[in-house]
Design a protein around this ligand. Structure first.
Ligand code: PLP
Length: 389
């Protein structure tokens, strides 16, 4: 995975830290995500200070790089795994099984059985069929019921794919007990990249009603899993991680009185700012003399790591060696022969007019949801490389 790195003496890129300095000056033979694990550790401590008594279960899907997982294990983090593969990875690196939860509501029966035999004790579910699978393959396991979130102010909402409504949630608590499982409480996800803590309020108000109903119906709720949603900086102001997390926790404590245990599953908010992608301009062109917009094609695109540009939802920050010169709007696209491989067109990016093929470009705060979104070899382009410094 790791390639030959030859540092070059200088850079004209306006770098902000050691991570960017490295990404600006090392030699790469393909787009590369450079991770600073110490930076991730700082973010872990900052979030932990704000989250107080909540346990951090890092959402492995955000970035399963071994160096990140190893550091988090050393720091005592717990993990939210979406699949057998993620659980195996965490356990193989030394995570304790009781610190790993199987948080996907869609699991293969065989994987539930495997996870149970590997010592995983906590599973998510949002319907009767999933509870049946858990009861059959992980008898007596602890479960939490995922609630659907109808109102989200997130830049990357998680839609209606996961969770169930209030009435069903209460029935599922009863049903889980009938099946011999131990229902712990509820989980939800406010939506990824929820930029401000106060944006959690409408979601928490909805979730608090379900919590209150379940308690009124006599359920002994022990756990609330507040999921992820903690933001990364992509150019629009966000609160500092400790303040943000502390604010969320004040709201959570009010919304879920009596919750013995609180789980938080940050992914993006923990690792995004610990990564920067180094890539290059492949081509800068116009379609006609009258064209208002240039097209700038990068060596990385929708299929090689930048999938979150879907719907132009996540707007990354680009740094180039021509920054400081005159800029103009451009449509930014990836390198593949696929017309869907366009990153920003509805809201064009303003980039330096002098950009040309070969110029190095850094994409800031890309440590989350990039490397694993990169296709294996679409169009023959190698997948995004990842190195930890
Ligand atoms: C169950 C679950 N928990 C946590 C996360 C992490 O969310 P975020 O990256 O917004 O922190 C996700 C992301 O999809 C998720 O599905």
């Amino acid at each position: 995975m790791t390639q030959q790195i030859q540092p070059t003496p200088e850079t004209r890129l306006p770098v902000q830290n050691r991570l960017e300095a490295y990404a600006a000056t090392a030699t790469f033979d393909r787009p590369t995500l450079v991770l600073d694990v110490d930076r991730m550790e700082e973010q872990y401590h900052a979030l932990k200070r704000g989250l107080g008594r909540a346990d951090i279960h890092y959402a492995v899907k955000a970035n399963p790089h071994r160096a990140i997982l190893e550091r988090l294990i050393a720091l005592g983090s717990h993990f939210d795994a979406a699949s057998r593969g993620e659980i195996e990875l965490c356990l193989s690196l030394g995570a304790r099984a009781e610190h790993v939860s199987f948080g996907n509501t869609i699991k293969r029966a065989a994987d539930i059985a495997w996870a149970h035999s590997a010592g995983i004790t906590v599973f998510a579910a949002d319907c009767t069929q999933e509870l049946d699978k858990i009861a059959a393959n992980a008898p007596g396991a602890q479960v939490y019921i995922r609630l659907i979130v109808e109102t989200s102010n997130a830049d990357w909402p998680l839609t209606r794919k996961f969770g169930c409504d209030r009435a069903m949630a209460l029935e599922l608590l009863d049903y889980a007990r009938e099946l011999g499982l131990t229902p712990l409480g509820f989980s939800f996800h406010v939506g990824s990249q929820t930029r401000r803590a106060e944006f959690w309020e409408p979601t928490l108000a909805e979730m608090a009603e379900v919590w209150a109903d379940a308690k009124a119906a006599g359920h002994a709720l022990r756990l609330i899993n507040i999921g992820g949603g903690f933001p990364a900086f992509y150019g629009e102001a966000i609160e500092a991680p400790t303040d943000y997390a502390a604010h969320v926790m004040r709201l959570v404590e009010e919304a879920f009185p009596g919750a013995e245990r609180i789980m938080a599953e940050p992914g993006r908010g923990l690792v995004a700012e610990a990564g920067v992608i180094a890539c290059e301009v492949m081509l800068a062109s116009r379609k006609s003399e009258r064209d208002m917009h240039r097209w700038v094609y990068l060596s990385i695109g929708r299929f090689s790591g930048l999938a979150e540009t879907e719907g132009e939802a996540i707007r990354y920050e680009f740094v180039t060696e021509k920054d400081g010169g005159p800029t103009g709007p451009c449509i930014l696209a990836g390198p593949s022969c696929d017309s869907a491989d366009v990153l920003y067109e509805k809201r064009p990016m303003h980039l330096p007019l002098a950009l040309e093929a070969g110029d190095r470009v850094l994409i800031r705060n890309t440590g989350a949801y990039t490397s694993t979104y990169s296709s294996v070899c679409f169009n023959g382009f190698p997948p995004l490389d990842v190195i930890a410094i």
